[in-house]
Design a protein around this ligand. Sequence first.
Ligand code: LLP
Length: 439
Amino acid sequence: MYFYGTSKVNSRGHLEIGGVDTTEIVKEFGTPVYVYDVALIRERARAFKKTFENLGIKAQVAYASKAFSTVAMVQLAAEEGLSLDVVSGGELYTALVAGFSPEKIHFHGNNKSKEELEMALEHEIGCIVVDNFHELELLQSLCSEKNVHVNVLLRVTPGVEAHTHDYILTGQEDSKFGFGLQNGQATKALQMALESEYLHVLGIHCHIGSQIFETTGFVLAVQKIYEMLAEWRESPGFHLKVLNVGGGFGIRYTAEDEPLEPSQYVERIVEEVKIQAEKYAMDIPEIWIEPGRSLVGDAGTTLYSVGSQKEVPNVRKYLAVDGGMTDNIRPALYDAKYEAVLANRPLEKAEETVSIAGKCCESGDMLIWDLPLPKAGSDDILAVFCTGAYGYAMANNYNRIPRPPVVFVENGTAKLVVRRETYEDLVRLDLPLGEKINS
Ligand code: LLP
């Protein structure tokens, strides 16, 4: 078994996270439940920040809150001195309710509505990452209407797409996001933004993909942006203050994954920026990054109760748990792989191979195929590791299954930060057709 962060097997032979016995978490909060190792999130945040500090680079590490946006998580990001990337009015609202400093919020999205942009302007957030011409015009007109100024980054698509070990050079990137760097769109957008008296162009943003294990894609993206910056220096006369290279740093879900350390990604990116800046005789800009998964992914563990079992003779054994695609849609959506153990006896030898099924009325609701486990029964708790990013964030109420609670553990203390959804919550938005249907 692989131990993430503070997780270990305690003297009772149980999985312990943040100094709290997972069987005690289950007794108190029930299952399914998401458990977050707060110390591990802090460690990751500090590693990113420290690397920039050691390299003497002015930086912002913005937590991509889409990975896991709740009031407590946003407050934790604030405690760690992170900035925040939000991608919707809802994430922005969460950040504001959490008391996050607006000037450290960056607003993303390929289709921000007028209302969302107005909300961002009203709260004077740090910057808006402008994604397309529609938004550029909308923002310009809203600013002039209200007579307010706003910092912007222009999101460009550098023609580099990276996933895990692969990166693709597409030249003309076919993406719904950003201004094409190669096809002149980015240059036109820059000209328009620079002409506006309300928009203050801080710099350029790109995001090349997610769950990336190599630095090559980042390096190529930086190179392509600098080629363009050299042109833009001449015309329209633009000097970069901020370069935001996005997120996407990979994490270990299973033994097959071999991500780099946070510091390694940052060091290589900074090195390349320095090389390019020197090549073109430009000042080193501030470098901003937007890690989501790599801050919270491996800090999350989901605990489930084992329920029904079904043996298909000579084929496989299904072990069902009390959650599934409603609390973790990633296996169904992306064929994502996870590791798991029995939390109440994690070191016991595996005796059989089982496949972990969710409880939704859908054959595709499978969490893990072919997992070696001891013989498990309904007294057992299954701990699925690495569910901290895009787990709760993408949870849903399919089959009208309530979403699990979220518990933060740190230094031997468990704190409920999102309560379990109730059946009343599920019908809260429903309006009846009539008063009584049975009488
Ligand atoms: N910045 C931008 C502009 C992004 O679009 C994303 C993720 C991030 C930062 C953070 O990327 P990260 O560090 O978390 O890889 N639901 C998918 C992941 C979608 C990522 C979308 N954008 C999943 O569950 O794997």
